[in-house]
Design a protein around this ligand. Structure first.
Ligand SMILES: C[S@@+](CC[C@H](N)C(=O)[O-])C[C@H]1O[C@@H](n2cnc3c(N)ncnc32)[C@H](O)[C@@H]1O
Length: 209
């Protein structure tokens, strides 16, 4: 069992060595009065803890360049910056998620660059500036499976080495897995996270053939 660490104030919690904020935290309550994420980017989703757990087992090389797709509040981005000293860019189509991400980055004393863009707008060059691309709970509509499959092609053409996407197990995500496996070296693994509580889901890791 790990050492019990007292949190500095109410509504802060820890998972995989990073600090996160609950909705009741005063900073989150204040930000929610000013910004309204509108594409499900209104909280830290459970799949982000699957991503952290998976990366603890299958780490990224220190100081790699990393892009988090559909970052929302950026738990994956903050984790990669904190644990691997990665140079991280968080991408989301909804600019209203970034103030929440900025607060989480500051709380964890890391820098994360942000970029407002849709998956379909990211070029081969922009994607290929990163060794690794990660995402958690970003394939929840059929159209997103199409967008992400096309993005994989551009990313691998640009030189990306690994794409890792975690998911609770939604049908569009499985469709993406099936289609990715026909073109790339794709591995789908059932996974569970134990922090901040037990969460089960799936991890897709895709590499070029
Ligand atoms: C379910 S949330 C997950 C957020 C975060 N990854 C997490 O695990 O906490 C999905 C995020 O993807 C973003 N998103 C959805 N479709 C997108 C697209 N086509 N391009 C870029 N971002 C997108 C949403 O704005 C939202 O922040």
């Amino acid at each position: 069992m790990p050492k019990l660490e007292r949190m500095p104030e109410d509504h802060i919690y820890q998972a995989y060595g990073i600090y996160l904020l609950q909705n009741q935290h005063r900073f989150i309550r204040r930000l929610k009065k000013l910004y309204e994420p509108s594409v499900h980017g209104h909280k830290t989703w459970g799949s982000s803890f699957l991503l952290m757990d998976y990366l603890r087992d299958e780490p990224i090389k220190k100081k790699s360049t990393v892009m988090e797709l559909g970052s929302g509040w950026g738990p994956g981005a903050v984790y990669c910056a904190a644990k691997f000293k990665a140079d991280v860019t968080a991408v989301d189509m909804d600019k209203d998620v970034f103030p929440f991400l900025d607060v989480l980055a500051a709380l964890n004393d890391v820098e994360v660059k942000t970029k407002k863009a849709k998956f379909s707008e990211l070029s081969s060059k922009q994607l290929g500036a990163n060794k690794v691309i990660v995402g958690s709970d970003i394939c929840f509509w059929d159209s997103l499976a199409d967008d992400l499959l096309r993005l994989m092609k551009r990313a691998f053409n640009g030189g990306v080495e690994r794409i890792i996407i975690t998911d609770p197990g939604r049908p569009p995500f499985y469709e993406l897995c099936d289609r990715a496996a026909k073109k790339y070296d794709a591995e789908l693994t059932e996974w569970y996270a134990t922090e901040p509580s037990q969460i089960t889901g799936e991890v897709l890791e895709v590499r070029p053939r």
